[in-house]
Design a protein around this ligand. Structure first.
Ligand code: TSJ
Length: 646
C-alpha cells in the first residue's frame, strides 16, 4: 500500500471513517436488515447497468464463509483515470463517499440504493472487498481492507475480448455487524425476485454455496433463477396465482412523460380486497405517493366515463367510487424518475408532483383505448364495481346502525365474553378460544382479574371470501370487534383497545392452525395496527404430557419430547399422552401449560413491513380458492410468527 498520502487520499480516509463511525446513518441499521442492504447496494449498480441496456444477467452467491459475490455481464466499471480524483474511476467508486454512477459519461443512476450512497459504504463496512473487471480482453483487480486499497488497480491477466463485466466480492465486518453476519437465503431471494420482476428480461441468479449434503458431506449449492420476460405483468400473475382471476388479460400500460417512465400492470380477481404495490426506481413505496395517486385518479375517472358512455351506469345512479373499482384488483405501479423526493415520516412516500400527472395521463389514455378494444373485460370490471358499490351501501347502513346503537345504549359486550375485572388495558388479556368446550375450561382456569375469555364457535368467517355487508353481519366477528373496543377501518382507535394482549388459542393441529390463520387474516385486513403494534399472540398448548413416578412433564414439540425422554429414560413407568385438542385438558392442566403467565409460552405475531407484499400473498395463498397452494402454506405457517418468550 502506498504510504504517500495526498490531500485527496486523506479526504477519502476521513469519508470512509465517518461511515465506520456511524454506519446506521448510511445503511439504516447494523442489524440483519442493514447487513442484507449491503447486497442490494451492490446489486443495484448492476441493475443500473441492465436498465442502461448493457447487462442482462446478474449472479449473486452466498459463499461458504458468508461473504457475497455479485457478478454481472455489463460493460465493466471504467478503469481509466478519473481526472478530478487522479485515480482510476473504479477506485473512485469504492473509496469516495457519494460517488454515484455519473462518471465516464453516459451512465445515469436510477435504481434503488438505500440512500443512494453506493459501493463505497459497502467497502467501508467490509473486512475485505475485491473487485474484478473484464474489459477489452483484460482482467483488472483491486482489493481493499476495511475500505483501504491494498494495492493500486492492477492488470492480472487477459480474457476473451467478448467477455465483459464486473465481479465484486465482500465480507461484512463483524465488528460493525455485531448482531449477525449470516446472510439469509430467503431474505435475499425475496428482494432479488422483486428486482427481477421490476426489470423485465433481466436474469438474476441466487446461489447459496453454504449448503452441504448431510450424507456425503459434499457441497450442494442451492440455486434459484429469476427471469421474467413479462416484467411486472408476471408480477401480477404471481400475486394472483392462488386467486381466481376475473378475466384472462393482464392490463399493461407503459410510457414516458415529463421525464417520468411509467409502467402499470393490473388484473382483477374475485376477492374483495385490493392489492396494489407501487415502486419508484425499483424501491417499494408502501405509503404510496404521487404516482399511486395519479394511477387511482386515472382508473376512477376512466371507468366512470366508460360505464356512463356505455349505459352500464344509469344517469340517475351515483359515480363508482375508487374503492369500488379497486375491489379485488391486483396492481403494480412502477415509475422511474431521475431525482425522486421521498416524504412522510418513514420516507416511503413519493413526493414528486410530475409523477402524478405522468401516471395519470399514461394510464388514462391507454386504459380508455384498452376498454374500447376489450368490451367484455370492461363489462366484467364495471359489473363487479357496481356490485361492490351496492354492498358498500348496505355495509354503511349496517354500520351506521351499530354506531347509533353504541352511542345510545353504550357498548354492549358480547354475551359469550367472560370479561376480566381489571379495567386497565395494560394489565388485561383476552383469550380467543376455539370451541365452547375449550372455552369452558379456559373460563374455569383463568385468572379472573386480568384474563378475559371469548369462545368462538367453529371456524370463523373467511374475510378474504366475503363482502363487507356479510362480514359485519357475522356474529363471531361482531363479538370480537365489540370485545376489543377499538372499532375498525376509519373508526379504528388503538387508544380504545381494552386488552393489550389478544391471545389466539387453538388446538395444536392442522385445523387449529387453519383457525388461527383465519383469525390472523381478519385482524390483518381489519385491524392491521393490532398486529403492527405487537398486541396479537398465539398461545402454545403442549403436544404431550409425560408422567413418571408422580412427576409430570409437558412437551411443546417432538424434539422437546425426545429431550425429556432422554433425561428421564424410556421405560414402562412412563405414561406418553398425546393431546389431540385443548378440550382434552382439564382446567388445571390448561392453566399450568398454556395460560399461567409464569409458565406459558406465547408467540408474538409480527409483520415485517418490508415484506408486506409477501404477507399479502401468504394470506391469500391460504385463504384463496385453490387447494394445492393452501396445503403447502399450512406446513410452513410458522414463518409469520417470531418466537418470543414471556
Ligand atoms: F458499484 C459497484 F462497484 F459496486 C458495482 C458496479 C458492483 C457491481 C457488481 C457492478 C457494477 C457495475 C458498474 N456493473 N456495471 C457497471 N457499469 C459502469 O460502471 C459503467 C460502465 C461504462 C460506462 C460508460 O459510460 O462507458 C458507464 C458506467 C456507469
Amino acid at each position: 500500500m502506498s504510504t504517500e498520502y495526498g490531500a485527496d487520499q486523506i479526504q477519502i480516509l476521513e469519508g470512509l471513517e465517518a461511515v465506520r463511525k456511524r454506519p446506521g446513518m448510511y445503511i439504516g441499521s447494523t442489524s440483519a436488515r442493514g447487513l442484507h442492504h449491503l447486497v442490494y447496494e451492490i446489486v443495484d449498480n448492476s441493475v443500473d447497468e441492465a436498465l442502461a441496456g448493457y447487462c442482462d444477467e446478474i449472479r449473486v452467491t452466498i459463499c461458504q464463509d458468508n461473504s457475497i459475490t455479485v457478478e454481472d455481464n455489463g460493460r465493466g466499471i471504467p478503469v481509466g483515470i478519473n481526472h478530478k480524483a487522479g485515480i482510476p474511476a473504479v477506485e473512485v467508486v469504492f473509496t469516495i463517499l457519494h460517488a454515484g454512477g455519473k462518471f465516464g459519461g453516459g451512465g445515469y443512476k436510477v435504481s434503488g440504493g438505500l440512500h443512494g450512497v453506493g459501493a463505497s459504504v459497502v467497502n467501508a463496512l467490509s473486512n475485505w472487498l475485491e473487485v474484478t473487471i473484464y474489459q477489452e480482453g483484460k482482467v483488472y483487480r483491486q482489493r481493499y481492507e476495511k475500505g483501504q486499497a491494498c494495492f493500486p488497480l492492477k492488470e492480472i491477466g487477459t480474457c476473451d475480448p467478448q467477455k465483459t463485466g464486473t465481479t465484486v466480492s465482500f465480507k461484512p465486518d463483524e465488528t460493525i455487524f455485531q448482531e449477525t453476519t449470516v446472510f439469509e437465503f430467503e431474505v435475499l431471494k425475496q428482494r432479488l425476485r422483486e428486482m427481477a420482476f421490476l426489470t423485465k428480461d433481466l436474469k438474476i441468479i441466487l446461489c447459496d454455496d453454504r449448503v452441504i449434503n448431510e450424507e456425503t458431506g459434499e457441497k450442494k449449492p442451492l440455486v434459484r433463477t429469476f427471469h421474467y420476460e413479462g416484467g411486472i405483468r408476471e408480477f401480477v400473475t404471481y400475486l394472483n396465482k392462488s386467486k381466481t382471476a376475473l378475466y384472462d388479460a393482464i392490463l399493461y400500460f407503459e410510457g414516458t412523460k415529463d421525464n417520468v417512465y411509467v409502467e402499470v400492470a393490473m388484473q382483477h380477481n374475485d376477492s374483495y380486497t385490493e392489492s396494489s404495490y407501487s415502486f419508484v426506481n425499483n424501491i417499494n413505496t408502501p405509503e404510496g405517493g404521487t404516482h399511486l395517486a395519479g394511477f387511482r385518479n386515472a382508473i376512477t375517472k376512466t371507468f366512470n366515463d366508460y360505464a356512463r358512455n356505455n349505459k352500464l351506469l344509469k344517469d340517475s345512479e351515483p359515480n363508482l367510487s375508487g374503492e369500488d373499482i379497486r375491489e379485488g384488483m391486483t396492481a403494480i405501479v412502477s415509475v422511474k424518475i431521475e431525482d425522486p423526493q421521498f416524504e412522510g415520516q418513514t420516507k416511503q412516500k413519493l413526493g414528486n408532483s410530475e409523477a402524478r400527472g405522468a401516471v395519470d395521463s399514461v394510464v388514462s389514455e391507454q386504459l380508455t383505448y384498452f376498454l374500447e378494444q376489450n368490451p367484455s373485460v370492461a363489462k366484467t370490471i364495471c359489473e363487479k364495481s357496481i356490485l361492490a358499490q351496492r354492498a358498500r351501501d348496505a355495509a354503511r347502513k349496517a354500520r351506521d346502525l351499530t354506531r347509533r346503537k353504541t352511542a345510545l345504549e353504550g357498548m354492549a359486550l358480547p354475551g359469550k365474553l367472560a370479561d376480566c375485572s381489571d379495567k386497565d388495558p395494560k394489565n388485561c388479556e383476552i383469550y380467543i378460544v376455539e370451541g365452547d368446550s375449550a372455552g369452558g375450561s379456559a373460563k374455569t382456569a383463568r385468572s379472573r382479574a386480568t384474563q378475559a375469555i371469548l369462545p368462538l364457535r367453529g371456524k370463523i368467517l373467511n374475510v378474504e371470501k366475503a363482502r363487507l355487508d356479510k362480514i359485519y353481519a357475522n356474529a363471531e366477528i361482531k363479538a370480537m370487534i365489540t370485545a376489543f373496543g377499538t372499532g375498525i377501518h376509519e373508526d379504528f382507535d388503538i387508544a380504545k383497545l381494552r386488552y393489550h394482549k389478544i391471545i389466539i388459542m387453538t388446538d395444536a393441529d392442522v385445523d387449529g392452525a387453519h383457525i388461527s390463520t383465519l383469525m390472523l387474516t381478519f385482524l390483518y385486513r381489519f385491524m392491521p395496527d393490532l398486529i403492527k403494534g405487537g398486541f396479537v399472540y398465539l398461545a402454545q398448548p403442549p403436544l404431550y404430557k409425560l408422567e413418571k413416578n408422580k412427576k409430570v412433564w409437558y412437551a411443546y414439540s417432538d424434539e422437546e419430547l425426545n429431550t425429556i425422554l432422554n433425561e428421564v429414560g424410556r421405560d414402562q413407568n412412563n405414561r406418553i399422552q398425546r393431546y389431540k385438542g385443548l378440550g382434552e385438558m382439564d382446567a388445571e392442566q390448561l392453566w399450568e401449560t398454556t395460560m399461567d403467565p409464569e409458565r406459558r409460552i406465547l408467540l408474538r405475531v409480527t409483520m415485517d413491513e418490508e415484506a408486506e407484499s409477501e404477507v399479502d400473498l401468504t394470506f391469500t395463498t391460504l385463504m384463496g380458492d385453490k387447494v394445492e397452494p393452501r396445503r403447502e402454506f399450512i406446513e410452513e405457517n410458522a414463518r409469520f410468527v417470531k418466537n418470543l418468550d414471556i
